[in-house]
Design a protein around this ligand. Sequence first.
Ligand code: ADP
Ligand code: MG
Length: 383
Amino acid sequence: MILPPATLGMLGGGQLGRFFVSAAHEMGYKVWVLDPDPNSPAGLIADHHIVSAYDDYTALDELANGCAAITTEFENVPATTLDYLAKFVPVHPSASAVAVCQNRVAEKSFLADNGLPHGPFAAIRCEENLRTADESLFPAVLKVARFGYDGKGQARVANRDEALHAFHQFGGESCVLEKMLKLDSEMSVVLARDEAGNVRCFPAGENSHRHGILDVTIMPARIEPVLAARARDVAQAIAERLDYVGTLGVEFFVCGGQLVVNEMAPRPHNSGHHTIDACVTSQYEQQVKALCGLPLGEPRAHSAAVMVNLLGELWYDADDNYREPDWSVLQAVPNLRVHLYAKHHARPGRKMGHFTVIGENAEQVLATALQARAAIGIRDDGH
Ligand code: ADP
Ligand code: MG
């Protein structure tokens, strides 16, 4: 067991890393963050911030020398970086698990190879793959295999011609072509797994997106209990097949009453933010515990919760002037907690913060959260 006051290493300095730093500090650890951005949210509160690229080996040596164990909050850290660090210190999750989750072709193939539920897709490595892709896949979504997030690197395509056009627009990079599914709803399961193979799942959350970006998570998800249990089983099977150690997020589609895995995130997940406020142990504490070899905490929710993301467009008024949102509106709600990430500049679509409403009555919690969401100025302008 790695015990306080040991120093832990974090690759990536975004908000997920920032919450990890907070959780680790609470628990008595020190944290070093490596991120190229000198203003990264996690770097700002870390005990030491190494400002460097993820493939700067002098910087990686410094991190490995200073830390008892290393984790990541960013799935696009090169797998070679994780492999390199693992020569010197424990690194969780492993390079091989992250490599599967960071490439949509590898991810979809992993699901198919392991008999896990997934939607119809084709791996597109060249134009020829698109020309021969099954007609039944259209209308479809073409997604670049690597580095896509928050709906970026995706194109909705009605037919093969549109898909070819999008493929060229993406520069001919490897892609997956996914059949466009008719979604009843979207949900996610966040879990933690330790080195001994113990798994603790948080209750499933129900997610709604706006412009391809997570908008609201409702926990517990308003789905049949058997479906929620099935989602937990599938998420657990994924973690086991990946020999995963750490916190893992699994996104699901519900289509025609059936579950389909959408994608996996080898790190805490945006839809698990509510665990900070509504669960006995947060997804970030679990990440610390799994990394350090401590027994995992209880994931049980003590409250119902609704999480609302605060995106950069909130910083612009009706005339497009940049100004701080009126936080007093949210602070006036007693069972609401605001979390801001201290990002320097708000641009539309950028995740700047979130709030969580908790309470005993799930319906009331949802009504309060939606009221607060409207009051702070988030408008519903379709998806
Ligand atoms: P990201 O990495 O940006 O989260 P996702 O693959 O999760 O990418 O896609 C973002 C959102 O786009 C999903 O949550 C869902 O709302 C929608 N979407 C993605 N793929 C499909 C699909 N095959 N059918 C229908 N909707 C989809
Ligand atoms: Mg997603």
